[in-house]
Design a protein around this ligand. Sequence first.
Ligand code: SAM
Length: 294
Amino acid sequence: MTKDIATPARTKEILKKYGFSFKKSLGQNFLIDTNVLHRIVDHAEVGEETGVIEIGPGIGALTEQLAKRAKKVVAFEIDQRLLPILSDTLASCTNVKIIHEDVLKANVRQVIEEEFKDCKEVMVVANLPYYVTTPIIMKLLEDQLPLKGIVVMLQKEVADRIAATASTKEYGSLSIAIQYYTEAKTVMTVPKTVFIPQPNVDSAVIRLLKRDKPAAEMQNEDFFFELMRASFAQRRKTLMNNILQQYPVGKAIKEELEQQLNDAGIDPRRRGESLTIEEFAKASDVLYPLLKTK
Ligand code: SAM
């Protein structure tokens, strides 16, 4: 049996064999620690009935470990130079399919429908390219794909913002946008030394489990997101001042806005960063008639 791809020696051997040079612009930092990979697969709870979507297989370090436990793995890779390498390194993994495509442009729904018909659940598991972590996660969630969840390696600083709770300095529109759809938890922090080349920042693995329905109900989802983003526009300002900045209204409406917020149990002098998702939902319901229909 050949050695795992994710060892420093085997990775260097593969890179040398193909004369591969890393492209920083594609976020290419490959994992060289099998232990870390096993733990990622464990956190994703990948089993015999699981279909896995991987984003950016690189030379196949994570793909190989996923293939051992999953029913099937479909991986999107943007860099054409990696395709011949992958068909070599993953030659014995018969349940892996590589798609040469930018995941941000891909029709992921169609791939799920076509490739995972006989799987019980679908998970996204990846060591993400760091220059596009947020757009990739938001695409997967906003498209309302039939996923069980997402377990991905990303910058620790982004993981902290995603999993943050109200009234912390990391809490913001990203925390809400993602926690609206999922339960988010950082499950591992990872040192720079397990990558080649080493990234400039610390890394973490985050687990996002899709909720059956979004974390709060409101009458107008677009306005909920608009109001929430406006409330974080200037973090040091009060909720009311941020709202007035975004929606300039006269004195009478301003007083009505304050009244409505107070009646909903939300002090307009609070800062946006102290509001939970449910409170933003409540605020959006009471403010919508005043800010959007007048
Ligand atoms: N999975 C491998 C590992 O853990 O060693 C490589 C991870 S590396 C951080 C990110 C990978 O994503 C690279 O192989 C890169 O070429 C690929 N990539 C970058 N942007 C992409 C995109 N938009 N769509 C698909 N793959 C992309």
